[in-house]
Design a protein around this ligand. Structure first.
Ligand code: AHR
Length: 324
């Protein structure tokens, strides 16, 4: 078992245990605002859906605000939640910077804030806890998978980055570079944002293919999420090449559609990101309200690698009803 697998299992176990310890606390009467980024990806849709059902299971009155990818809308929504006097605020921050003022306002109003799935560049005392994956590790797992997969052959990689300025785009880029650092045969030849969307992933991949001898000079695509990978797969097919064979595809999220692609041999690997960030968030809030227990500042979710060897059809079946 590789060290990464061991770390991922340990992190997953820790999360599962901490979740189990406070499972399904009754939060009836609590009003919690949730500032969601939008619906750019299947993963994001699942996170929204899981947050709603985790809230319902605990009796939380969830106030939902969709920011349509704009930080200004998130800031407006958070200010609205503060004005309403909610008991807590969940926020999935679209970008990493620019949060200090509004988080300070929440702190002054004594409303605990929990960050979901993305980090911020702000003082840690401005939020209660952050529930997210280790995004550098996610990129590293993807990079190390590629190192093994190409087994010393020369490999030009094109990279589809997430939203510019978002913590997953910054950290998954860094992690992948770390993962391939020991392999001088692997080079990132082109890297551009696809904004975490399927449509943009396809469009950017088309441009990469055009400028790389119709794709003949590309050995692999690394996408910061599965939706961009699915878009890239379509672009590769449209160019008359076989995704998964002519061009390897590795990405992050583990959404049902990528398992369909892996089962069909059109994608090679994905790193799982659980859409259940809200369960641990509600449990941390429940403990905090019960007796003042301060949660860990960073609650890290599991980052497990899946390939064709991990029953992709079964994984598809297990996830398909979760709101992706
Ligand atoms: O912050 C998590 C990322 O945001 C997911 O990997 C991506 O699909 C989403 O848009």
């Amino acid at each position: 078992m590789s060290i990464i697998t061991k770390l991922a299992i340990a992190a997953g176990l820790a999360t599962a245990l901490s979740t189990a310890a406070f499972a399904q606390a009754d939060l009836s009467g609590k009003v919690i605002g949730f500032s969601q980024i939008g619906s750019e990806s299947g993963w994001r849709a699942a996170e929204t859906s899981v947050t709603r059902s985790e809230a319902e299971a605990r009796g939380v009155d969830l106030k939902f605000a969709d920011a349509q990818q704009k930080q200004e809308n998130q800031i407006k929504a958070i200010r609205g939640f503060i004005a309403q006097g909610v008991d807590a605020i969940l926020v999935a921050p679209v970008v990493a910077t620019g949060w200090d003022d509004v988080l300070t306002e929440a702190k002054e109003a004594e409303i605990p804030v929990v960050l979901l799935d993305r980090g911020v560049d702000a003082p840690e005392d401005l939020y209660l806890t952050s529930i997210a994956s280790d995004q550098v590790l996610e990129g590293r797992v993807a990079g190390e998978w590629l190192v093994d997969a190409v087994a010393g052959e020369d490999c030009n990689v094109v990279e589809l980055q997430g939203t510019v300025g978002s913590s997953p785009a910054i950290n998954r880029k860094q992690g992948f570079e770390e993962g391939i650092a020991s392999a001088s045969n692997i080079k990132i030849t082109q890297s551009q944002t696809g904004d975490f969307t399927r449509a943009k992933g396809k469009e950017v991949m088309e441009a990469f293919l055009k400028s790389s001898n119709g794709g003949a000079d590309i050995c692999a695509v690394y996408a910061h999420n599965d939706d961009m990978a699915v878009g890239a797969i379509q672009a590769i097919k449209d160019a008359g090449l076989k995704p998964g064979t002519d061009i390897k595809v590795v990405s992050i999220d583990a959404v049902p559609d990528i398992f369909t692609a892996i089962a069909a041999g059109e994608a090679n690997a994905t790193v799982e990101l659980t859409p259940n960030m809200a369960g641990p968030a509600f449990d941390a809030l429940a403990a905090y309200w019960a007796d003042g227990t301060e949660p860990e500042k960073f609650i890290i979710t599991e980052s497990k690698l899946y390939t064709a060897e991990n029953d992709p059809q079964g994984e598809y079946e297990r996830r398909k009803g979760l709101g992706y």
